[in-house]
Write a protein that binds this ligand. Structure first.
Ligand code: F6R
Length: 608
């Protein structure tokens, strides 16, 4: 949520910062702003409501120059999208400028104290207290860096902050607590960003700040100290091997369709070097915890949204192949549960961004229990990848569309590999799954080849305002995911349900205005799901069946039918999910929605 870019260098950095904001736009896009300090210490503060393109246009007409710059793209939490609520925020003297991600929980208290001292506020945001409180302390003690530290001591909540000031126009000040921030170095240019992928086109040399780190960045030196005890530390730079091709749309009209179409390649990358043609599993990221992993007797998977649904599939997969019981928890619920946890438990956190606040809180909750903490994460170097003991990267590449598609496919692929890694014995199913994983990319390509058919289907159903998605076993989580995808990008009501639960309530919704997408794959549960389908049919509900089973009898019992390539039930999940992603995509396209940036949503939910 929200994105921060900072720059200090010897060149004019306006284009770098605008370019970085463009890369971050998927994190928040209701307003944006930039503060440029030029060599005569004059400031240019430019803000705009709407997407970054509007800011770029405004900046172009002003043509500012500067070598010290901060920029921000906002996802509103406190106060509606407006110029005054957009960042950067500033103090009453207009010489301290701040961009902030996160939430300052005690801002009202701070604000009222500052108002009593004569400070005036122009926005409804929590963030505006920061430059004013820094100003207050600066006027007392005369040191900007100490004033920032004292301010941070007063703040409750989470933050990633980047501050510039004409008082010290050769420095960027940054700090983080519970919200990501990195520094990137490229010769005589230094960047700061809330997301490394926004600057990896400029530099691969990245330093990840830790909670309570405060850094004072000049071209001569990067000074880091700990906010709590003031002890100096240092910025450790590492080389991030993140591919940049994802930052370009290429010939695709938007990222969602590009990323759906990357699914075959994503599966290939997720299994590359990890699954041999002879079905040997090698998960290098788990090597260091191998013996611990062999002794676990319970697994808790945590995640949010789509990643949580991947976890539900993981539960079926791991329990199928190992004798380890698995529970799946929503990050936002798990952190408040009084859960008895033993040392032989393993917590697996699943996250595309690696920055989701609720998932991080769930990991932090078990940090003193001595449990093994693993991450299944896509974003390299993200917080979750650093606070877990070990893990397996998804390698899906940067996902820019707010609705997660390819990351889910990669997560389920990694969970399949993990289930095989945890298998105590090599059964026939073991060989079947590994065989199927190797064939999966081509089967997904075949579904992508059905895009036109799925687009026509979306067109036919565009008039409906409610949808039910149902499935059993592996198809239950993908019913949930199919419904989530549709509601996110189309804003129509869609509910995912276990087909077996339908009779316990949701069937009351069914009539001719309420279509059901039934997911039924070849196997033991096919017939049971078809019975549920018939129950819907008897009540006049339109039915779309997605199946991999060529059952001639069913053709006349449904309104529409999508056949996907046949496969074992464990890998049918990814194949069918791609079909559901395409359905949601074309539905949204037909409605003319902003597909990559659905209303009210933001990529990476870094606040609770
Ligand atoms: C849905 C979606 C969200 C995320 C959720 C978790 O399309 O993108 O539901 O899956 O916010 O995010 P990560 O995986 O980054 O932890």
């Amino acid at each position: 949520m929200c994105g921060i870019i900072g720059y200090i260098g010897t060149d004019n950095g306006v284009d770098y910062v605008l370019d970085g904001l463009k890369n971050l736009e998927y994190r928040g896009y209701d307003s944006s702003g930039i503060c440029i300090i030029n060599s005569s210490s004059q400031t240019n503060l430019i803000k705009q409501v709407g997407g970054i393109d509007k800011l770029v246009q405004k900046v172009k007409t002003i043509r500012p120059n500067g070598k010290l710059i901060i920029g921000h793209t906002r996802w509103a939490t406190h106060g509606k999208p407006s110029i005054s609520n957009a960042h950067p925020h500033f103090n009453n003297d207009h010489n301290i400028f701040v961009v902030h991600n996160g939430i300052i929980e005690n801002y009202l208290e701070i604000k009222s104290k500052l108002i009593d001292r004569g400070y005036k506020f122009v926005s409804e945001t929590d963030s505006e207290v920061i430059p004013n409180l820094v100003d207050f302390y600066y006027k007392k003690i005369g040191s900007l860096s100490e004033a920032l530290r004292m301010t941070l001591d007063d703040l409750r909540g989470t933050y990633a902050i980047c501050l510039v000031s004409t008082i010290e126009p050769d420095k960027l000040f940054v700090s983080r607590l519970g919200s990501p921030l990195v520094i990137g170095k490229a010769g005589n240019k230094i960047f700061v960003s809330s997301d490394p992928s926004a600057i990896t086109n400029r530099t691969k040399s990245i330093s990840f700040l830790n909670d309570y780190d405060v850094a004072q960045i000049s071209l001569k030196k990067i000074k880091v100290f700990n906010q709590k005890d003031n002890k100096p530390s240092f910025a450790k730079f590492e080389i991030i091997n993140q591919r940049n091709e994802q930052n370009n749309l290429g010939d695709w009209p938007n990222y969602m369709i590009k990323e759906i179409n990357q699914a075959p390649e994503v599966v290939e990358l997720a299994i590359k070097g990890r699954l041999s043609p002879k079905h040997q599993i090698k998960l290098g990221g788990l090597d260091d915890v191998s013996s611990q992993l062999d002794h676990i007797d319970r697994i808790i998977i945590v995640g949010c949204g789509t990643s949580y649904y991947a976890g539900l599939i993981g539960e079926y997969l791991i329990e199928e192949f190992s004798d380890i019981p698995v529970e799946v928890e929503l990050g936002s619920e798990f952190k408040y549960k009084n859960e008895p946890i033993s040392r032989s438990t393993c917590l697996i956190a699943i996250s595309q961004s690696g920055e989701t606040a609720d998932t991080i809180a769930a990991i932090n909750k078990v940090k003193d229990f001595g449990v093994l903490k693993l991450g299944i994460v896509n974003s390299i170097g993200s917080t979750i990848s650093r606070i877990t003991d070990a893990g397996v990267y998804c390698h899906a590449g940067n996902e820019k569309s707010v609705a997660s598609t390819k990351a889910f496919i990669a997560q389920v692929t990694v969970l399949s590999l993990l289930a095989l890694r945890l298998a105590k014995i090599r059964t026939k199913s073991f060989d079947n799954l590994s065989e199927e994983l190797l064939k999966l990319p081509d089967k997904i390509r075949a579904v992508l080849g059905q895009s036109d058919q799925i687009q026509k289907l979306a067109h036919k159903y565009i008039k409906y305002k409610n949808f039910l998605f149902i499935g059993r076993k592996y198809n239950y989580p993908i019913a949930l995911e199919g419904a989530l995808k549709l509601k996110e990008v189309s804003y129509v009501h869609a509910e995912g349900y276990s087909a077996g639960e339908m009779k316990h309530g949701p069937i009351a919704l069914i009539d001719k205005t309420f279509p059901t997408i039934v997911i039924a794959t070849k196997g033991d549960l096919y017939k049971k799901t078809i019975s549920n389908l018939l129950e819907i049919r008897s009540r006049g509900g339109p039915i779309v069946l997605i199946t991999n089973f060529k059952d001639q009898k069913i053709k006349n019992m449904v309104d529409d039918l999508i056949y996907v390539p046949e496969s074992h039930e464990e890998t049918a999940t990814q194949i069918i999910t791609v079909a559901l992603q395409l359905f949601a995509y074309y539905f949204s396209l037909e409605l003319g929605n902003n597909i990559d940036k659905p209303r009210n949503l933001a990529k990476s939910v870094t606040v609770e």
